[in-house]
Design a protein around this ligand. Structure first.
Ligand SMILES: [Zn+2]
Length: 251
């Protein structure tokens, strides 16, 4: 019987039969995996703590009838701060849904699991506005999955610091407001300002270990947040149920 020892974060849990769950996990060196957690909903099951959304655990899996099943698990991080705060939990669930959407079964996306864990940790422990964590997660995820925007300078005139910078959502390029007409298909673009453009460059090109270590005024954070969310949704060409729920909570 083939065994696999790994560390994995639960991205999705679905109840199955009377006492089981089917988990979608993001595993170190493995990418996305579908894992059956047999009996985890029984009282006193040794698997129950790990078989929960957004719990990171040491896991031993075994190959059972052509699918992976959970044999043993020990929690490594539970992100407890999220579980007592519905808004943070909803945001964490959005991060998980996006990570699942961009992952393929058995294929690792380098940097994705650390990004997800760092973002959950930041929501749980760091004293950062949720909007900062969300924007950084969205833009960094785009960069890791092949949708990195070109934000060095205006894609039309080359100006490094455009006067009224905008991010074109479908082309993924920066441009000056006045250069908008010169872009091939025009398309939709989101307005930025100097601090939000600086933050965008920091997230895209800076040290991923210091992803959330930037300061940004409130008004500019609004522009950054609008740009990263619209960019991600445009590039991935879909909506996310968890994002709609999160935004509903925020009113
Ligand atoms: Zn320009």
């Amino acid at each position: 019987m083939a065994h696999l020892v790994t560390r994995a974060l639960v991205l999705r849990e679905v109840n199955y039969k009377e006492s089981d769950k089917i988990l979608t996990v993001l595993a170190e060196g493995q990418g996305k995996r579908t894992v059956k957690a047999q009996g985890c909903r029984r009282k006193n099951s040794p698997l129950s703590a790990s078989a929960q959304l957004l719990v990171f655990s040491d896991m031993t899996l075994y190959d059972y009838q052509d699918r992976w099943a959970l044999k043993e698990a020990a929690t490594a991080a539970e992100f407890r701060g999220l579980r007592s705060d519905l808004e943070k939990l909803a945001l964490g669930a959005y991060f998980a849904e996006v990570a699942e959407a961009v992952s393929e079964e058995g294929i690792e996306t380098p940097g994705l699991l650390p990004l997800l864990l760092n973002s959950l940790y930041a929501l749980d422990k760091l004293d950062k506005p949720s909007a900062v964590v969300k924007a950084a997660f969205e833009m960094k995820l785009c960069c890791l999955t092949g949708y990195e925007p070109l934000v060095d300078g205006c894609a039309v005139c080359g100006e490094e610091n455009p006067e009224k910078p905008r991010l074109n959502l479908s082309e993924g390029v920066l441009h000056c407001d006045r250069c908008r007409r010169e872009l091939e298909d025009g398309g939709i673009s989101m307005p930025l300002d100097v601090p939000s453009l600086t933050a965008l460059r920091y997230i895209a090109y800076g040290d991923p270990k210091r992803l959330f270590s930037f300061q940004i005024p409130e008004e500019s954070l609004g522009l950054l947040a609008g740009a990263t969310e619209s960019f991600l949704l445009t590039q991935l060409e879909r909506s996310f149920r968890t994002l709609d729920f999160y935004k509903g909570l925020r009113g």
